[in-house]
Design a protein around this ligand. Structure first.
Ligand code: TYD
Ligand code: MG
Length: 475
């Protein structure tokens, strides 16, 4: 049965005995999955939600290689720039994207902003909300200052009730919030259990592949374990994006863990504000805004988030420890194993003792440092804290520290230096002279940790120890 709907060239197959009754789905011609949607191909048969028929649409027909469409999946922009950057263009029709993150990080907000943005383009979307009522979703949208009648909201938890709604609404994008709260009646397990989460995901994949709808799935992750979370679903879905940040800081980072339609290198940077998530125009400036210069133990490093350099202050504090005190290292935003390694190198290669002290290290502003490029900054922050001798506030430091005390190169050094220069830093302590050094920037090349410590010790003799707001970050 053919039915043409306003604004969409949509073909519906009502009551067809099997899921694959559309020849278009096999042939890969107009309106089929994998093509950009001018309309959407609809399958109303309820087997779409059945597990048995859920996988294998794209592999249904063997064909000579030359007949395979070389273009493949074409992403459609969401209109939220940082999200489109991470997804390398947007959501691909017929794909399933998992939005994972800790509770409270902002997944529902991000997904709603994405839906509203798509809806504003005149493209219909459907939110299946299993955690919040329709009123709560509307209130959130009002808080975000956005409304659109192309956004349909359905509060419910039974995944089988979604298909009839999809048939009625005919959206281009469906979002499910969250996978831990939806359930499938056929399964006796509780919502959130491994079985339920997997079964429901498989059904959503079937829906996406058979209809060409892009499906967004919210998934909670706990700090320690990834129970019934993205790890369980990673191999099933097309894309996994992880939303990260510290709950009490505004900075939010969006990374791809897996992406079938592009690379996973890009990172989206957002700020959580009163009325939603906003792209950060200049994250380095924001991260350095509250810096106090002259504090012995504060060192600025340049991380690479995706392809973007990000200036972050690494802080260390070394305090005497009583005999009965437990816990020698405490970290915030720094990997404890990395810190332990840097401390061990300083102790064994430099003879700088940290015995009977408690060591605190943190990355400021809610950033989580994952790159070894921050090692050298961390090492010099520790030395500065230990010796109570600050590093110049206009010096930026990066490099990986090896176990022999050698300083190793890190990727994209010119970009890191350029960003530091832009923010007012005029000296850099780095592993190797970069090819393109900003004119007006002094480069101090260090080969070992001893070189670096010796340089900082000699230059800090001329440095005032008064504490004041940094000038480097405000230029
Ligand atoms: P939410 O998107 O509900 O997180 P998740 O779905 O990952 O659990 O957002 C969590 C927090 O964000 C919540 O504590 C309130 C805050 N928030 C803002 O600060 N500004 C806003 O505009 C919105 C909608 C939420
Ligand atoms: Mg939520």
């Amino acid at each position: 049965m053919e039915e043409s709907t306003e604004g969409l060239s949509t073909t519906l197959w009502y009551g067809s005995p099997t899921w694959y009754s559309s020849p278009a789905l096999f042939r890969g011609d107009e309106n089929s999955w994998g093509q950009e949607l001018s309309g959407t191909t609809w399958q109303s048969n309820h087997d779409v939600m059945g597990v048995e028929t859920s996988i294998g649409v794209s592999g249904a027909l063997a064909m000579p290689m030359s007949q395979v469409d070389p273009v493949g999946a074409v992403p459609r922009p969401v209109g939220v720039d940082e999200l489109d950057r991470v997804l390398q263009g947007g959501l691909v029709p017929g794909s399933v994207t998992l939005f994972a993150g800790e509770p409270g990080i902002g997944k529902s907000t991000l997904v709603l902003q994405a839906l509203l943005s798509i809806a504003r383009q005149g493209r219909r979307v459907l939110l299946f909300s299993a955690e919040e009522s329709a009123q709560q979703v509307r209130a959130r949208a009002e808080r975000l200052g956005d409304q659109s009648d192309e956004l349909f909201i359905m509060a419910g938890a039974n995944i089988e009730s979604l298909l009839p709604a999809v048939e009625r609404v005919r959206p281009e994008v469906v979002a499910v919030d969250s996978i831990q709260t939806v359930f499938h009646q056929g399964s006796s397990s509780l919502p959130g259990s491994t079985t339920q989460v997997r079964d429901c995901t498989v059904r959503l994949i079937a829906l996406a592949k058979s209809s060409g709808i892009a499906v967004m799935v919210v998934s909670h992750v706990t700090k320690d374990g990834l129970i019934a979370g993205p790890r369980l679903l990673e191999h099933l879905v097309d894309t996994v994006v992880m939303f990260e940040g510290e709950r009490y800081h505004a900075l939010r980072m969006l990374r791809t863990l897996k992406h079938r339609f592009g690379s996973t290198g890009e990172v989206g940077l957002f700020e959580m504000e009163e009325c939603g998530l906003r792209a950060m125009p200049d994250p380095s400036s924001m991260l350095l805004a509250d810096r106090i210069s002259g504090f012995p133990g504060g060192v600025v490093t340049v991380l690479l988030e995706g392809t973007r350099p990000l200036l972050v202050e690494v802080q260390a504090l070394v305090s005497p420890r009583g005999d009965g005190d437990s816990g020698r290292l405490a970290v915030q935003g720094i990997d404890a194993k990395r810190l332990a390694m840097v401390v061990a190198v300083l102790e064994s290669r430099m003879g700088i003792g940290f015995g009977n002290t408690a060591i605190f290290a943190s990355a400021v502003g809610g950033v989580t440092v994952k790159e070894p490029a921050a090692d050298l900054a961390l090492a010099l922050a520790l030395v500065a804290a230990r010796l109570d001798s600050p590093v110049s506030p206009t010096t930026v430091i990066f490099g990986e520290v090896g176990l022999a005390g050698e300083i190793r190169r890190v990727p994209r050094m010119p970009q890191r230096l350029a960003e530091a220069f832009k923010l007012g830093f005029r000296e850099a302590i780095v592993p190797y002279p970069a090819q393109e050094i900003p004119s007006g920037m002094k480069i101090v090349k260090v080969e070992t940790i001893s070189d670096a410590v010796a340089y900082v010790a000699s230059s800090s003799r001329n440095c005032s120890s008064s504490t004041s707001r940094s000038e480097a970050s405000s230029s």
